[in-house]
Design a protein around this ligand. Structure first.
Ligand SMILES: *Cc1c(COP(=O)(O)O)cnc(C)c1O
Length: 371
């Protein structure tokens, strides 16, 4: 029987570093210190150094990271926050939790990233004066054109918060996603390029004073223990996950190189199929969190792959404005709708062997030879 090929494989990530991760967990267990101790402090330092920012505030997950970043810039009821609808609900629920209203713009047809031309038009309308923040989602491992976006936001007086949950290591003009805007947010959900073995997230970015504010907000508004200067709440990364992330961070660059090699093979060997393959604009480096192909025959292709024990993913099948909790009949974004109808993520993770990659390629080609 054929072994199952998974779209992402956090367990393979654990096994690849098992001895080091087991030792890190033991170190924490033996330390007797489980919340906001030396592991969290060390990971925050190491992650900031790897990324190229002055400081990082780790938090409980990527959704909290977005919410706390928005609270740090003072987003509240009455404000609007512009983002895209082909994202995980997290981006939008985080906006909603602050009291602000999410406002959508369409995405560009080929990259499926925020359409900055559409954003420019939106910012020129009278109702745009309520726009407090703009959250670009660096989708699938490809970052938005940050210099252009930051210039637009500055003109409007809005703050940019980069959602980097899928972009650990992605570059724009040689500079990492997450270092451009005043604040940027990361998720360490197990399937992300840098994944914990549980939940985790972080807020970092170019404005260290705002990052310090997030450190206060994540723990009851404390700067000094037992003195709440602002309301704040509890959103902490625990020592165990921080220790695991420290190990995984040392492997991230090599794992991204492996992702790139697999992606290049898919690009070359699937180029003769009718699939629409991912594009990487000049001056940007993809980190292949997802390898997303597009086809109107998505359901058939997915079923055919599954019959050969190859599991694929759909990120995301339904735009946020068509989901029950956020349904908005006025919203109509053709590129977003088409993306959601056609995208399919082929298996891509650092644990895939060359033979497994070949199996995926053969199965996809075989599907198009028989339809
Ligand atoms: C994963 C993800 C999040 C949320 O992260 P959690 O850690 O699951 O809360 C937010 N935005 C995007 C784009 C994501 O992919």
């Amino acid at each position: 029987m054929k072994t199952k090929i998974l779209p992402a494989d956090p367990k393979a990530g654990y096994l690849a570093a098992k001895a080091e991760i087991d030792a890190a967990i033991q170190r924490v267990l033996q330390s007797g210190h489980y919340i906001l101790g030396t592991e969290v402090a060390a990971f925050e330092k190491e992650f900031s150094a790897w990324l190229g920012t002055a400081d990082t505030a780790t938090v409980a997950n990527g959704t909290d990271a977005i919410e706390l970043a928005l609270l740090a810039i003072g987003a509240a009821a009455g404000d609007e926050v512009v983002t895209v609808a082909n994202t995980v609900t997290a981006t939008i629920s985080a906006i909603g939790s602050t009291g602000a209203k999410p406002v959508f713009v369409d995405v560009v047809a080929d990259t499926m990233l925020m359409d900055l031309g559409a954003l420019e038009k939106l910012l020129a309308t009278p109702q745009a004066e309520k726009v407090k923040a703009i959250i670009p989602v660096h989708l699938y491992g490809l970052a938005v054109d940050m210099p252009r976006l930051l210039a637009m936001a500055a003109k409007h007086g809005a703050t940019v918060i980069e959602d980097c949950a899928q972009a650990h290591g992605s570059l724009v003009g040689g500079k990492k996603a997450g270092t451009w805007a005043p604040l940027s947010t990361f998720s360490f959900y197990p399937t992300k390029n840098l994944g914990a073995l549980g939940d985790g997230g972080a807020v970092t970015g170019a404005d260290a004073a705002l990052v310090a504010k997030v450190k206060q907000l994540r723990q009851y508004g404390w700067r000094q223990r037992y003195v709440s200067e602002t309301p704040g709440r509890n959103s902490r990364l625990d020592e165990m996950q921080a220790a695991i992330l420290r190990v995984r961070l040392t492997r991230l660059d090599a794992e991204n190189v492996r992702r790139e090699a697999i992606a290049q093979r898919y690009l070359a060997e699937l180029s003769a199929t009718p699939l629409q393959l991912p594009v990487v604009p000049a001056e940007r480096t993809h980190t292949w969190h997802q390898f997303v192909v597009r086809t109107p025959k998505r359901a058939e292709l997915q079923t055919s792959l599954a019959s050969e024990e190859i599991l694929s993913g759909v990120l995301y099948p339904v735009p946020i404005y068509r989901q029950p909790a956020y349904a908005n009949s006025e919203a109509s974004f053709p590129n977003t709708d088409r993306a959601c109808a056609e995208v399919l993520s082929l298996p891509l993770h650092p644990g895939l062997s060359d033979a497994e990659v070949a199996r995926v390629i053969a199965a996809v080609r075989g599907f198009f030879e028989t339809v």
